[in-house]
Ligand binder design. Structure first.
Ligand SMILES: [Zn+2]
Length: 230
């Protein structure tokens, strides 16, 4: 049986069709501890609880030395909070891999490993699109592969059996702020996320390391632009 498509639209006319096509039910999602993947995980659980009660959700996180492994800590915090908020039993595993840098190739390899171990057939990423280049202060330092017109559809095949789903690929971070407001998660979940990508060698947080937003890196500026706060 086909499953419903939930359509969300923000006040900037950005729109997302949210659904997992049948018969897929074993899913792997990458979470970083950031705001984009956190709300995606929460929405994914809500969708599955309603429409795919026999779903299995596997979670992966990349933690690297350059960023002081903060993703390991923050992704765990996000997952903890999402488990508390939803009470779900659909989460079956959380794998964190530690590496010396942040490489897309390693993420791909880890997804393949989860597919091999758990039979997952949808690999989910919460990557958003860059703000328009008209936003002058966010032009410099952006990751250009995320620019508008990158040509990546939300759904595509990674292999004949495995789908890649990037639901946020064609919307910018203002849409993520809209979702937090729409689902009343701004106080419940947003404060448990961290988007800062400051390198650990510059971090001065005490007593606990890598806990605040630096306010200076590109990712902090994007978060401030979209949410009006860190
Ligand atoms: Zn920062």
């Amino acid at each position: 049986m086909e499953r419903p498509i939930d359509v969300y639209t923000d006040s900037y006319s950005q729109s997302v069709e949210f659904y997992i096509p049948a018969p897929h039910r074993k899913l792997v999602i990458n979470i970083s501890g950031g705001a984009d993947s956190a709300i995606l995980l929460w929405m994914l659980i809500k969708y599955c609880e309603k429409h795919i009660p026999d779903a299995e959700i596997h979670v992966i996180t990349c933690a690297n030395v350059v960023k002081g492994w903060y993703n390991a800590k923050w992704a765990t915090t996000v997952l903890d909070k999402v488990l508390e908020l939803t009470g779900t039993e659909l989460i079956k595993s959380h794998y964190t891999y530690f590496t010396d840098d942040q490489r897309r190739q390693e993420l791909n390899e880890t997804e393949k490993l989860i597919t091999k171990i758990h039979g997952t057939t949808v690999a989910i990423l919460g990557t958003t699109q860059n703000p328009s280049v008209d936003v002058e202060h966010l032009r410099e330092g952006r990751f250009e592969a995320r620019d508008e017109g990158h040509g990546r559809p939300p759904y595509r095949n990674l292999s004949p059996e495995v789908l890649r789903w990037q639901p946020w690929m064609n919307i910018d971070k203002r849409f993520i702020a809209y979702l937090y407001n729409h689902f009343e998660m701004m106080d419940k979940l947003f404060p448990f996320t961290r988007s800062c990508e400051q390198e650990s060698r510059h971090n001065k947080d005490t007593p606990s390391w890598m806990t605040t937003h630096c306010g200076e890196c590109w990712w902090c500026k994007e978060r401030q632009w979209a949410f009006g706060k860190y």
